[in-house]
Write a protein that binds this ligand. Structure first.
Ligand SMILES: [Zn+2]
Length: 87
């Protein structure tokens, strides 16, 4: 009985970790959908739009520790400097 029990424990743990991953990915996807990337020129425009869209004061985050080339301003296509998000 013991080996069967062990297998069951492993599969439950595996299921739990996969479920956690799914939730994390879902949350990240939700967060992504309400994030705007913008360069320093368009940050004020992005903030104005965010206030209208989010209906709450948006949070501004400066991109410093990440590779900036991965993020592009949604207005002009230049490398993004800021992220505007609703959390
Ligand atoms: Zn821009």
């Amino acid at each position: 009985m013991l080996p069967v029990f062990c297998v069951k424990m492993v599969s439950v743990d595996k299921f739990k970790s996969e479920f956690k991953q799914m939730i994390t990915i879902k949350r990240e996807a939700e967060r992504m959908s309400i994030m705007k990337y913008c360069c320093s020129e368009h940050v004020e425009l992005a903030l104005d739009e965010a206030v209208d869209e989010f209906e709450v004061a948006p949070q501004l985050t400066k991109l410093e520790s990440v590779d900036k080339s991965e993020f592009i301003c949604g207005y002009c296509g230049q490398p993004a400097v800021y992220i505007v998000a609703n959390e």
